[in-house]
Ligand binder design. Structure first.
Ligand SMILES: NC(=O)c1ccc[n+]([C@@H]2O[C@H](COP(=O)([O-])OP(=O)(O)OC[C@H]3O[C@@H](n4cnc5c(N)ncnc54)[C@H](OP(=O)(O)O)[C@@H]3O)[C@@H](O)[C@H]2O)c1
Length: 338
């Protein structure tokens, strides 16, 4: 039996900020599943700022070819199965992109354990706080940031899923945490999560001075999701032996190679013996299960909160992605497909 499905493909390579016409929604017909295959109906898929790099060229993985399905994480229900590891009705997660349905041989697909996903931990969290964003916060902060009690931790894009999770973990480790975000609403949200102070960068003319006012003794860890001039302002406030965790560079993603802002205050790396290190979260794959179990425990205990920004309908996936670069999202942006 065939299945009528929809998928978003890359129609053209964005220049600057992505636009709706860089993407195309296609109707596709999936043929009957083969031996060992499963058919998954998407419940939610994510839209991710980190995908921007692959739309223009090679990133830490190869560029997305034109006409290919746009990548993302998804959660879905198994509708048909010829694979003994999956039964009809299982709720699963995998990386099938902006699609309404997917056929898979089961590789890379995981069944969500109802013993973990219940109560405060909704299944959609598997592609949010317990998925790539939350794991980036966990490993970026704990492994590269090496937080110690009473450290001052500064976080950019603090209201996004990565920033908000990193800030709450830093609070659990006894740090003082300051979040930078792009509106009063987002700053209020971040405060409600327990951050000690916030900076609304859209209301701030001099970021270096604003960081100094919020972190008068300096910054031990800067968890950077944004890059550009905000990173330079943070560097000027780093303490001796400060650590800069390069999680993302969202302010640079839409710039061509000749337009990058980059960093200027490199001398401070010498004078203050700073360390700056980036991560690709997939490198920590072997530790994912243990990290997810620990974070699930925190969520069930009410110690770690998360927010999802869900819009209805696969027709809106491209607009939801484009909006990430306008600061539209309040939390993990997901598309409810069915
Ligand atoms: N290294 C890894 O393995 C890894 C894995 C996953 C994600 N990441 C990165 O982690 C970062 C955070 O990801 P996320 O999923 O939590 O998304 P996110 O922070 O919610 O990203 C979207 C937000 O970025 C901010 N933003 C957009 N353009 C900006 C600009 N020009 N200047 C300053 N802020 C801007 C906006 O918030 P405001 O309204 O506050 O401006 C917007 O709502 C991203 O850079 C992502 O690429 C890295």
């Amino acid at each position: 039996m065939t299945t009528k499905a929809k998928r978003w493909v890359l129609a053209s390579r964005p220049e600057g900020k992505p636009k709706l016409d860089n993407f195309r929604l296609e109707d596709v017909t999936l043929s009957d599943i083969g031996e060992h295959d499963i058919l998954i109906r998407t419940e939610f898929h994510s839209v991710d700022p980190g995908m921007r790099g692959r739309l223009s060229g090679d990133s830490y993985t190869a560029a997305l070819p034109l006409g290919e399905t746009v990548d993302s994480a998804m959660i879905g229900i198994v509708e048909a199965s010829n694979n003994e590891k999956f039964k009809v009705g299982d709720r699963v997660t995998g990386g099938f992109g902006w699609v309404s349905h997917a056929v898979s041989n089961g590789r890379g697909v995981q069944v969500l354990d109802p013993a973990i996903y219940h109560g405060k931990l909704r299944p959609s969290a598997a592609i949010g706080v317990l998925g790539i964003p939350g794991l980036t916060s966990y490993f970026g902060l704990l492994d590269l940031g090496e937080p110690k009690k009473d450290d001052t931790v500064l976080i950019s894009s603090a209201a996004g899923p990565v920033g908000a999770t990193a800030g709450q973990i830093a609070k659990m480790k006894g740090c003082r945490v300051v979040g930078i975000a792009g509106s009063k609403d987002k700053c209020d949200y971040v405060k409600s999560l327990g951050f000690d102070a916030t900076i609304n960068y859209r209301d701030t003319k001099d970021m270096a001075a604003a960081i100094k006012a919020a972190c008068p003794d300096g910054v031990d860890i800067y968890f950077d999701n944004v890059g550009g001039s905000m990173l330079d302002a943070a560097i000027l406030n780093m303490k001796d032996h400060g650590r800069i965790v390069v999680s993302g560079q969202v302010s640079e993603y839409n710039r061509g190679p000749d337009e990058l802002v980059g960093i200027r205050n490199v001398t401070r790396f010498i004078t203050h013996k700073l360390r700056m290190e980036g991560l690709v979260v997939f490198d920590y794959f072997k530790g994912f299960k243990a990290a997810q179990a620990e974070m699930a425990g925190w969520i069930h205990a009410g110690e770690l909160q998360y927010t999802e920004d869900i819009s209805d309908g696969i027709e809106g996936s491209a607009a939801a992605f484009v909006g990430l670069f306008e600061g539209e999202n309040h939390g993990r942006r997901l598309i409810k497909v069915s």
